[in-house]
Design a protein around this ligand. Structure first.
Ligand code: IPD
Ligand code: CA
Ligand code: CA
Ligand code: CA
Length: 266
């Protein structure tokens, strides 16, 4: 994979994420309506989650008709070496309430490796971009995560899934984490949380239950800013647990979370 190819993917992903963001800003009603629910009554979808994904899929297909696409609302389509991983609105609950942390997240994976990632945090007008080996960027500035922060001084972002059983365990885990860190932030968008790690706005992030569309693009932004991204016991980031922080803090956070038995909510 050449630098040019990776750059082309990153540019295309950015163009599409910006277009979807403009559409969402233009069409977001003052009070968006819930169209359907998914895993629980609080796991909501609006018409614009679907419209955003349709726009993104149409733009990808127009230029790269043979690529696979995995999207939160449209599932998995196509095959081949290149796969686009799309969250059309990450932070739908924030979108619903008019809170400023929701994002369009688009990643491009080649042979199973994420090589480009864009997170457009639309209400904040912030477009985070990353290309494998080329760094993470925001508004022309290269991003670097915080380093050398011990766990007991770390500001940690986290999130909670929508399924009731999973949330109970997440709440229990939180009771172990809160006394051991500086503080916790729950912004409501996993993709934006990972970009916050990249920008040094928080020191780390962990979550049980996020899906590839939540962490693929933001994960590359964070790792290109110097963070480590992974799961439990050397596994890659995955829905069981996704962890992200600078090396050192990553290991401390992992050590804290590993005995908390994530299999209980599987
Ligand atoms: C959710 C957000 C949230 C995270 C949840 C995700 P959605 O995505 O990223 O921060 O805690 O796990 O499901 O449903 O708003 O796209
Ligand atoms: Ca999401
Ligand atoms: Ca979503
Ligand atoms: Ca969702």
């Amino acid at each position: 994979m050449t630098v040019e190819t990776v750059g082309t993917f990153a540019h295309l992903a950015e163009e599409i994420a910006r277009e979807a963001g403009e559409m969402l800003l233009a069409k977001r009603p003052a009070r968006p309506e819930v169209l359907a629910t998914k895993s629980s009554p609080t796991d909501v979808v609006t018409a614009l989650d679907r419209a955003s994904e349709e726009l993104i899929r149409a733009r990808i297909k127009a230029v790269r008709p043979d690529d696979a696409i995995l999207g939160e609302e449209g599932g998995s389509t196509g095959g081949g070496r290149v796969r686009w991983i799309v969250d059309p609105i990450d932070g739908t609950v924030n979108f619903l309430y008019g809170l400023p942390d929701w994002a369009v997240s688009i990643a491009v994976e080649v042979d199973g490796e994420v090589v480009a990632g864009v997170v457009n945090v639309v209400p904040r007008g912030e477009v985070f971009t990353a290309a494998k080996g080329e760094g993470a960027w925001l508004a022309g500035e290269r991003l670097h995560c915080n380093t050398g922060v011990p766990l007991n001084r770390a500001l940690i972002a986290t999130g909670f899934g929508y399924e009731v059983g999973r949330r109970k365990v997440q709440a229990e885990v939180l009771t172990h984490v809160v006394p051991r860190v500086r503080d916790i932030r729950r912004a409501g968008s996993a993709a934006a949380d990972l970009c916050s790690v990249a920008a040094g706005r928080v020191d780390g992030y962990y979550e049980r239950g996020p899906q590839a569309w939540d962490y693929a693009a933001g994960g590359l932004v964070a790792t290109e800013a110097g963070a480590r991204l992974g799961g439990l016991n050397g596994r890659p980031a995955n829905p069981e647990l996704t962890l992200c922080a600078a090396p050192g803090l990553f290991e401390e956070l992992h050590e804290l979370l590993v005995p908390l038995n994530p299999e209980r909510d599987a």
